[in-house]
Design a binder for this molecule. Structure first.
Ligand code: NI
Length: 399
């Protein structure tokens, strides 16, 4: 049993430290917004971050290509914070004075805010550490290339960014949640999505003599109908596995069996373990369903990312930090998104949590992510820094 102290939780611990830094961090975010960089090309962003962290007396470690990490404090690592730094190949239509100067590239997913949030957390923690040494270390990971597949998470992990890290936190902007609130959820908060492409080949021939051919139109139809049916019986229905075909084509004449056919679709899944199992079952079942018809099956199954699964304790830490830093009503329950996010790879062997950072101005316009006109309420930046820094400080107390 854990003993909870009766001492009141500290409130707005981070606020006074952040206040003098906030104008600079807003300017930093606007500068990133004006100079967005695509996945694995975040050279300017990486340079700017490294320079500012060094100015603060820190020793950032550059990752191969782009991205960096920095450790603040002394001793064992209590937690890591991860922010993604890349932009999207989308034309910006916000009309903002600091709109993208690179036509066709924009921070339409709020990663400029994620980057500035992590920089803010690093600078606040460093100031605290200079005043009175932190009882442990917080590692901040500036991850490149979240928007591509495969993304930058895996290459960061391969370069050892998680060595000695016991837990990790991240955030993502959410234009559907009002600024001043953060969305949390225990368990899966994003989803998995795989792409399936199938090509069938066989001897074509006359429709009057299917026994002398490989009847691949019939085989395509069997796969289309029976793969989703078998998965719905082999995988727990609560995992939300769904196979949906977006393309199917074969043949040209009513009385000719074609020699090739093609179909493609996606498999989505709400649950991490089920996603692993369903992927293997899917490949096996496609082959088995096609086998009796004698057709050759060429299957291209591209695995996406697993869902981000928030652990209970780390989610509670974020919620407690948000209530202390913003107020009692700061935390809202957020639904599981059907989108994918490569933060999931960091959580493969570690507990951790991703929170949704509200960026909607109350009464203001409705926006969505990955849209050229996405304008976020900049007040979210300071709030994100407060909550993640406070969550990290709480983990230092647990060391
Ligand atoms: Ni994103």
């Amino acid at each position: 049993m854990r003993n909870y102290s009766t001492e009141a939780e500290p409130t707005t611990l981070v606020g006074p430290w952040l206040e003098p830094l906030l104008p600079e961090l807003i300017a930093f975010r606007r500068d990133l917004h004006a100079h967005p960089e695509l996945s694995f090309k975040e050279f300017r962003t990486t340079d700017k971050l490294a320079r500012r962290l060094e100015e603060a007396g820190l020793k950032p470690r550059r990752l191969e290509g782009t991205g960096l990490t920095v450790d603040i404090g002394d001793g064992p690592i209590a937690t890591a914070l991860r922010g993604d730094i890349d932009a999207l190949p989308i034309i910006e239509e916000t009309g903002l004075p600091f709109a993208s100067k690179h036509h066709g590239v924009t921070h339409a997913c709020g990663h400029d805010v994620h980057t500035a949030t992590m920089l803010g957390a690093a600078l606040v923690l460093q100031r605290m550490h200079e005043e009175s040494p932190l009882r442990g270390t917080v590692r901040i990971i500036f991850q490149p290339a979240e928007e591509t597949m495969p993304g930058g998470a895996q290459s960061c992990i391969d370069q050892g960014v998680l060595d000695g890290v016991p837990r990790i936190f991240a955030l993502h902007c959410d234009p559907r949640i009002e600024v001043g609130k953060i969305g949390t959820r225990i368990g899966a908060i994003t989803s998995a999505s795989d792409t399936i492409k199938i090509e069938l080949t066989g001897r074509g021939g006359h429709t009057s003599r299917p026994h002398l051919t490989e009847e691949l139109v019939f085989a395509l139809a069997q796969i289309a109908v029976n793969v989703p049916a078998v998965l719905s019986r082999r995988v727990d229905v609560r995992s939300g596995v769904s196979v949906v075909w977006g393309h199917i084509s074969a043949g040209s004449a009513p009385n000719a069996i074609p020699a090739s056919g093609y179909m493609a679709g996606t498999m989505r899944c709400l649950d991490r373990d089920a996603w692993h199992n369903a992927g293997e079952i899917l490949d096996e079942v496609i082959q088995q369903i096609a086998a009796p018809y004698g057709v050759d099956v060429h299957l291209e199954h591209t695995r996406g990312v697993p869902p981000v699964v928030n652990s209970e304790h780390e989610t509670a830490l974020i919620e407690a930090a948000a209530r202390a830093e913003i107020g009692e009503g700061a935390v809202v329950l957020t639904p599981q998104s059907m989108g994918g996010e490569d933060f999931a790879w960091f959580l493969a062997d570690l507990p951790g949590a991703m929170m949704r950072l509200g960026t909607k101005t109350p009464g203001g316009e409705e926006y969505d992510l990955h849209r050229g006109d996405y304008i976020l309420d900049e007040r979210a930046l300071g709030l994100g820094i407060k909550v993640l820094t406070a969550a990290a400080l709480r983990t230092l107390r647990d060391l």
